[in-house]
Design a protein around this ligand. Structure first.
Ligand SMILES: Cc1cc2nc3c(=O)[nH]c(=O)nc-3n(C[C@H](O)[C@H](O)[C@H](O)COP(=O)(O)OP(=O)(O)OC[C@H]3O[C@@H](n4cnc5c(N)ncnc54)[C@H](O)[C@@H]3O)c2cc1C
Length: 373
């Protein structure tokens, strides 16, 4: 089999890899996007689909800025993908709320948002506590156990499966080559000279982007990088369709364009175990009913679990290899939210061959993990 030569090979066809791959084709690069396939763990097919800013970046203002930038760029992403593919990603960005059930919770939440506001400096950070009749008007049928909610104007939600579909389709129609069932297990890496073996032949590229989610942990050392990410399980429930009633998303409850209501999501340190558990599902349902008692009348029609891709501090990992320049790693736990930043900002940096200093706080060096030689 003859080798295929590209300007860039992106490993991982989830939300992170496909956003970057599409972004690279927009920079005029010839790009191959390689994906392991259905046997892999794939966060991109099991998430909650929020484009979410509220509460993110405590202790790391660069992450708040990056997330805000991406949320602000999302309308442009929706338009560009819509134009390229005809797929409507169903972006709604009316702001978002986090529901609180006790005074202590409100106090803690306000303290967090104030820290974020101070960290944002001149960028500003708008938030408000909403209570009483204002809250009841904002969220029809809110239950009496909810005593307040914090609101930020930046948040929203999308249809994340349509997003993934649109990114793939836009990538291919821009000339990108998608190679499914192409698990990368071994590679030869030299500065700006990478060789990846796939079942359909060898891929040669002067840039490689590791965007294989949890798979990055094993791949990164082959390229002189480190990706100390671990799985974190989230379970999600979905109700039958209801009339459109929820005008804006909350951290754990949102109504989709089709009318179903998604109830999320647990955070479980359970390794690679993907099983669903009745006790966790019951807790999710109970919290949802405490928030909106009318939800008790709706049937649950679907439920799933999926694995988040988590770093130890919850912030992304973006880095170029020092020993093998041209190799980049990209991991994050909010690939829906960050899709616009990945396509419109990170991909051009990778095409240029250098990450902007604004991403310097996100190297794996912060975990004190030595990158392999
Ligand atoms: C329950 C849950 C709720 C979430 N809610 C939200 C939310 O509301 N908003 C938000 O922004 N984010 C959310 N996320 C996170 C979001 O889904 C992830 O950040 C995003 O999907 C990560 O995408 P990824 O491409 O890095 O990883 P993945 O989707 O896991 O994709 C990695 C891909 O790499 C491929 N791969 C792996 N190893 C190899 C290899 N060796 N060779 C080739 N290919 C390989 C796999 O086939 C896979 O397709 C949620 C996640 C979960 C689990």
């Amino acid at each position: 089999m003859t080798a295929q030569v590209y300007d860039a090979a992106v490993v991982g066809g989830g939300l992170v890899g496909s956003a970057i791959a599409w972004g690279l084709t927009r920079q005029g690069l010839a790009v191959a996007l390689l994906d392991e396939g259905d046997v892999a763990f794939r966060a991109s097919r099991g998430n909650f689909a929020l484009v979410w800013v509220q509460g993110k970046g405590d202790g790391q203002p660069a992450y708040t800025r990056w997330t805000r930038f991406s949320a602000a760029e999302w309308p442009r992403l929706r338009d560009a993908l819509g134009e390229a593919t005809g797929i409507e990603t169903e972006l709604h960005q009316p702001g978002g709320v986090h529901l609180c059930f006790s005074d202590a919770e409100i106090e803690e939440r306000l303290a967090l948002l104030e820290r974020l506001r101070q960290g944002a400096g001149n960028h500003g950070y708008e938030y408000r506590l909403i209570q009483g009749s204002e809250l009841a008007d904002m969220l029809p049928g809110i239950g009496p156990k909810v005593i307040g909610a914090t609101w930020t104007p930046y948040d929203g939600h999308v249809n994340s499966l349509k997003l993934l579909h649109a990114l793939h389709r836009a990538f291919v129609s821009a000339g990108g080559r998608y190679l499914p069932n192409a698990r990368i297990a071994a590679a030869t890496a030299r500065p700006h000279d990478f060789r990846l073996g796939t079942p359909s032949g060898e891929i040669l590229a002067s840039r490689v982007v590791l965007a294989a989610g949890l798979g990055n942990r094993a791949l990164a050392p082959l390229f002189g990088l480190a990706a100390p990410v671990v799985p974190n399980k989230g379970q999600v429930l979905v109700t039958e369709r209801a009339r459109q009633i929820l005008p804006l998303p909350t951290t754990f409850i949102r109504q989709t364009g089709e009318g179903t209501i998604m109830l999320g999501d647990s955070k479980e340190d359970a390794g690679f175990d993907l099983s669903q558990s009745p006790d966790v599902m019951a807790t999710i349902a109970a919290r949802a009913v405490a928030s909106f008692p009318w939800l008790a009348d709706l049937n649950i029609v679907r439920a799933w679990s999926a694995l988040r891709v988590m770093s130890a501090d919850g912030f992304p990992i973006y880095e170029q290899s020092r020993t093998c320049p041209g190799a980049f790693v990209a991991n994050c736990h909010s690939g829906v939210t960050l899709a616009a930043a990945h396509a419109f900002a990170l991909a051009p940096m990778i095409a240029e061959g250098e990450l902007d200093p604004m991403l310097a706080p996100f190297t794996a060096a912060r975990f004190d993990v030595p990158a392999a030689a």
